[in-house]
Design a protein around this ligand. Structure first.
Ligand code: BDR
Ligand code: CA
Length: 308
């Protein structure tokens, strides 16, 4: 039986790689792809989900959800990494995306229709899931689990000194989701950033004759340029693809139950994930955190799923 999932995302180049891995994978039944404001503002995230679907033309069409702006005054996009349009400025032209249901409505509807069966994979800020919790009091008890890319165990951020991008984009929502009574798996930046891809990645993805190759070959080169120009790196990190792998190849990760909270106030620390690391504290665990990853197997697995 394929695993039924909702992909909640903010494409985004690494989101696009994760979607490419998921949409052709027989292990998954992708019931919906819901856009969230993050790497790009809400309207663009909604367009980009549509673009990815049009470019990839997967065998089964998931429902698509529209993003709306989050309420975070500190929100800033990540176009400096993903390009002004979030998809490497490749110039995609995308059909009408209006009249979509809101992402949070689609998430609630799909979970209500299949109680206990749906995993939600969050590859962007946690705005939509928090809104789903607020919208429907029964929602969370019917979710199978939530797998999230976000946070930083070490406390070293990538959008501020202390905060990881997805959590920083909407700290209040992240806090609500991390405290929600449901199984949650967190794949933090410390794990995803260990799996680095060199330029040879582009030669190893499918060629232009396949939709995945034709699409990713137009967007991924931008990531190498921005990592070089903005971060001084010759390799890239494909965070969201690594988070998705936790569902496909859980044995590549070592998880540890932990207590985590989100700082929502600090001047220097807003959006920071704060883990209980002290000994002897009897704080209830609220999340399973990936603490180790088999780096070389994870890199190979990403390529395996893109080439399947
Ligand atoms: C996360 O932030 C975004 O820029 C990426 O798409 C990923 O989800 C990494 O911190
Ligand atoms: Ca993302």
């Amino acid at each position: 039986m394929p695993r039924r999932i909702i992909l909640d995302c903010d494409p985004g180049i690494d989101d696009s790689v994760a979607l490419s891995m998921a949409l052709f994978n027989k292990a998954f039944d992708v019931v919906a792809i819901t856009a969230v404001e993050g790497n790009v503002p809400a309207e663009m995230a909604t367009i980009n989900v549509q673009t990815v679907i049009e470019q990839l033309d997967p065998p089964r069409l998931p429902r698509l959800g529209a993003a709306t702006a989050n309420d975070n005054a500190d929100y800033r996009d990540a176009c400096f990494i993903h390009g002004g349009d979030g998809l490497g400025e490749a110039g995609f032209v995308t059909a009408d995306h209006h009249h979509r249901h809101l992402s949070e409505k689609i998430i609630c509807d799909e979970v209500r229709a299949a109680p206990g069966e749906i995993d939600i994979v969050c590859l962007g800020p946690l705005t939509n899931v928090a809104r789903a919790i607020q919208r429907d009091p029964q929602f969370i008890e019917n979710v199978s689990q939530i797998v999230m890319m976000g946070g930083s165990f070490s406390g070293i951020g990538n959008i501020t000194q202390t905060a990881e991008f997805n959590i920083h984009s909407d700290p209040e929502s992240a806090r609500e989701v991390l405290h929600a009574p449901v199984k949650k798996v967190l794949i933090p930046l410390d794990i995803t950033s260990q799996v680095q891809f060199s330029l040879s990645f582009i030669e190893q993805i499918p060629d232009e004759s396949k939709p995945i190759g034709a699409f990713l070959r137009q967007v991924v080169p931008y990531l190498f340029r921005s990592y070089h120009q903005q971060l001084g790196l010759e390799t890239v990190q494909i965070h969201d693809a690594i988070a998705l792998l936790q569902l496909l190849e859980p044995e590549l990760f070592e998880l540890e139950p932990m207590a985590v909270d989100v700082e929502v106030k600090g001047e220097l620390t807003r959006g920071m994930t704060v883990f209980e690391k002290r000994r002897g504290k009897n704080v209830p665990h609220n999340v399973e955190v990936a603490r180790l990853v088999d780096v070389s197997a994870a890199r190979q697995a990403v390529l395996k799923y893109l080439n399947a």
